[in-house]
Design a protein around this ligand. Structure first.
Ligand SMILES: Cc1ncc(COP(=O)(O)O)c(C=O)c1O
Length: 362
């Protein structure tokens, strides 16, 4: 292990290079067109959803879903306090109020009892983040949303390839989304995919994404819209990455299992129960003691790690008060270990040796 191992790196090879060269040789205009349709079709098929709309990022995808559902000023949307900040920011930018709810320690996803308590007459939706491919009981989440007549939106940014009872995450509510940013299991550099089975929502989202146009290429704008179109350059890369998705998902599961095995018996490391039959973890996530000291030690040994997200409510952007004990504990002790899909078993064994060295010998 001579080179520094980053916590996560994207992985492109000759296939993406060749596909891009072919695309330009055939006179591609780079703008969003046929290749994006092809990518959308392959994501819809893979996830078993009727429609897929590709857009500039996962955050933009969530924003478009909220706008298309008419969610905005005067509305509240429930989001977990423990998530990537984009989840909450999409709500803010739609004009609604993100209401933070703590997560459950068993899966690091929204605590559904907490969700019930946080619903008010202003609540229009709950955004369920399936953290690292794990999920709470999805039928219960759906039942809560239905009973309170609010929308269930899925932030499945980290869950491409993960399921609950055989059904792909992202497809349980009115709409779901995935992120294709650089650290994800597959990537287009930046990018986000919306999935929905609603024809009406699909049409609205396409319209909002394209300046509110009545139809593509026609300069008539019956509604206020945005420009959240992508480029076929991203989609050419995405099509090649989608072909690699099945084996990368399997590799992530193997990696997770190997880390667990190698770190067995290290009492300073705590795991979140992860059912690898259903979840394909994009990152190896653990709770550790002496997190900063471990990070420093591993860095000096050529191994990169990343602390998990801080509680969103306490970020300067929100500055809210409240009690979120589970989020706070996880934010303090949570750590992402090296997770790039190209890591070899020997790399993982070496990384685990160093972790054991830190706890057992240092
Ligand atoms: C749970 C979650 N939600 C939202 C996002 C935002 O996605 P993007 O970076 O594509 O905007 C991410 C990105 O990591 C995420 O992990």
């Amino acid at each position: 292990m001579s080179q520094f191992i980053y916590q996560m790196e994207p992985w492109f090879s000759d296939e993406e290079k060749k596909a891009l060269a072919d695309y330009f040789d055939r006179g591609g205009w780079a703008t969003e067109f046929e290749k994006t349709k092809e990518l959308e079709k392959s994501i819809a098929e893979f996830t078993g959803s009727k429609h897929c709309v590709f857009t500039t990022s996962g955050t933009a995808a969530l924003f478009l879903i909220l706008k298309a559902l008419g969610i905005g000023a005067g509305h509240e949307v429930i989001v977990p306090d423990f998530t990537m900040i984009g989840t909450a920011n999409a709500v803010h930018w739609a004009g609604a109020e993100p209401v933070f709810v703590d997560i459950h320690p068993s899966n690091w996803c929204l605590d559904l009892d907490g969700v019930e308590k946080a619903i008010t007459p202003k609540t229009k939706a709950l955004i369920l983040v399936s953290f690292n491919g794990r999920s709470p009981k999805m039928n219960r989440a759906k039942e809560i949303a239905d009973r309170h007549k609010i929308f269930l939106i899925e932030d499945a940014a980290q869950s491409l390839g993960s399921r609950s009872k055989g059904q792909h995450l992202g497809t349980f509510g009115i709409a779901g989304m995935f992120s294709f940013s650089a650290p994800k299991v597959i990537t287009t550099g930046q990018g986000g995919a919306i999935v929905t089975s609603s024809d009406e929502l699909d049409q609205k989202i396409r319209q909002l994404k394209d300046f509110g146009r009545k139809q593509s290429g026609v300069d008539e704008h019956p509604v206020m819209g945005y420009n959240f179109k992508v480029t076929d350059i991203q989609s050419v890369i995405g099509i090649e990455q989608m072909k690699k998705l099945p084996w990368r998902l399997e590799r992530k599961k193997e990696m997770y299992a190997l880390y667990r095995k190698e770190l067995e018996g290290v009492d300073e490391i705590e795991w979140v129960e992860t059912n690898l039959e259903e979840a394909s973890p994009w990152f190896i996530d653990v709770l550790v003691s002496e997190r900063e000291e471990l990070r420093e030690f591993l860095k000096s040994e050529g191994v990169g790690t990343r602390p998990v997200y801080p509680p969103i409510h306490s970020q300067g952007a929100y500055g809210k008060k409240g009690s979120f004990p589970v989020t706070e504990k996880i934010a303090k002790h949570g750590l992402w270990l090296p997770s790039s899909s190209f890591l070899k078993d020997e790399d993982i064994i070496q990384i685990c040796r160093k972790i054991k060295k830190f706890y057992l010998e240092v």
